[in-house]
Ligand binder design. Structure first.
Ligand code: NAD
Ligand code: DAU
Length: 345
């Protein structure tokens, strides 16, 4: 049995990945290591113990806690670390970058040290297309491009990548990196735009579109991203980074219109509001390298948005308690005093 440590496995992409790998690799045991921040939820991992028994373990812990990380790596006899754990929301990084530097940068360093100390374990870092920064014109980012992060979140993710590379070059740690575009699908905390807008629309609340809504994003379905991570783990070249996305982006306004249509809600719910500080207008990935490994997405961005809207419509048991809790304070902080814009449509 191979023992894989999945940090951040109680979060959105992590929990989807844990389900994916347990289902597709019968000879793998998974230990989820997660601090359970506001974004990490045990209900995301419900039924895994019943379904997979001893192949699945959960440990609550912080990736910044070197002693606990080392204890976990030795006690679970870990061969491979996949690092999903991070602070992930750009708006929260603008409000307060502190936790981003601690978890995303220092926490990654702690995991790399543990991987080095216990026999140069295989290490995969989950990164983001945001490390490339805003992309002008028709250009697409290729993996050899320089990193040009522009938000505290993306700066922390880019810093983590630099450490991952340094451990490969200096200590020979067998690392790979994936740079994913925007994921959507089941179990995404409703602060991110797609679940936020779906759950607002279901409550007949306004959808706060930042600025003119012409920003471009590549909305990929989370299980497609999970399949790509799995492939990189098995067939990726050590020391390399891989872009992961559909390779096809759309404006935020187009995304909003698709989800409103799917839910049968009116366009009048769209409300333009004051823009995000330092907002990147466009991300755009060249995905030829991951496709050459034998991957392609099962969903177009439009299919991904529609499937996500249906999941949230059918699973209010999951998101309603979140929206009724701490989320309300967060919502008030970010949107309470935000100026509405009167833009021609
Ligand atoms: P998420 O916010 O839903 O989950 C993050 C998880 O990390 C949570 O379970 C949280 O409890 C855990 N965590 C946070 N700090 C921790 C710490 N100090 N120690 C241990 N656990 C901690 O995030 P997500 O959207 O699932 O993103 C997962 C990874 O994928 C992140 O590294 C993110 O940067 C990257 N990523 C996300 C997207 C996206 O669109 N969501 C796209 C590309 C890359
Ligand atoms: O690109 C990958 C990244 O995607 C990940 O690395 C991040 O972890 C993830 O949070 C996501 O970042 P974004 O900033 O792109 O996602 P978000 O859902 O916050 O916003 C998507 C777009 O929607 C962006 O252009 C901002 C806009 N937006 C967002 C919110 C929350 C709005 O117009 N209104 C909103 O209320």
């Amino acid at each position: 049995m191979e023992n894989i440590l999945v940090t951040g496995g109680a979060g959105f992409i992590g929990c989807n990945f844990v389900r994916y790998i347990l289902k597709n690799e019968p000879d793998v045991q998974v230990t989820v290591y997660d601090k359970l921040t506001y974004a990490g939820r045990l209900e995301n991992l419900a039924n895994l113990k019943e379904s997979y028994g001893r192949r699945y373990h959960f440990i609550q812990g912080d990736i910044c806690d070197a002693a606990k990380v080392e204890e976990t790596v030795t006690a679970s006899d870990i061969d491979t670390i996949i690092n999903f754990a991070a602070e992930t929301h750009v708006d929260r990084s603008i409000l307060d970058p502190d936790a981003f530097v601690k978890t995303d940068v220092y926490g990654t360093y702690v995991l790399l040290e543990a991987a080095r100390k216990f026999g140069n374990l295989r290490f995969h870092q989950i990164s983001t297309d945001e490390v490339y920064g805003h992309i002008e014109g028709q250009r697409r980012s290729v993996e050899g491009d320089g990193l040009d992060p522009r938000s505290p979140y993306s700066a922390s993710k880019a810093s983590a990548e630099l450490f991952v590379n340094a451990y490969n070059i200096t200590y020979g740690l067998p690392v790979t990196i994936s740079r994913g575009a925007n994921n959507i699908g089941p179990y995404q905390y409703p602060e991110k735009v797609v679940p936020l807008f779906i759950t607002n629309a279901l409550a007949s609340m306004q959808l706060p579109v930042y600025g003119d809504g012409q920003q471009m994003r590549d909305y990929q379905y989370v299980t497609d991203h999970c399949a790509a991570i799995h492939l990189i783990l098995r067939r990726g070249r050590i020391g390399e980074a891989y872009n992961v996305g559909t390779g096809s982006e759309m404006t935020n306004l187009a995304m909003v219109e698709i989800l409103l249509d799917e839910l049968g809600r009116p366009r009048s719910l769209i409300q333009h509001v004051e823009d995000r500080l330092g907002h990147d207008r466009r991300y755009s990935l060249d995905v030829a390298k991951i496709m050459a490994l034998g991957w392609e997405p099962d969903h177009t961005p439009e299919e991904a948005i529609r499937a996500t809207a249906r999941w949230y419509r059918e699973n209010s048991w999951w998101w309603q308690p979140i929206r009724d809790g701490e989320f309300q304070d967060y919502y008030q902080t970010v949107y309470g005093d935000r100026k509405a814009l009167d833009l021609p449509r």
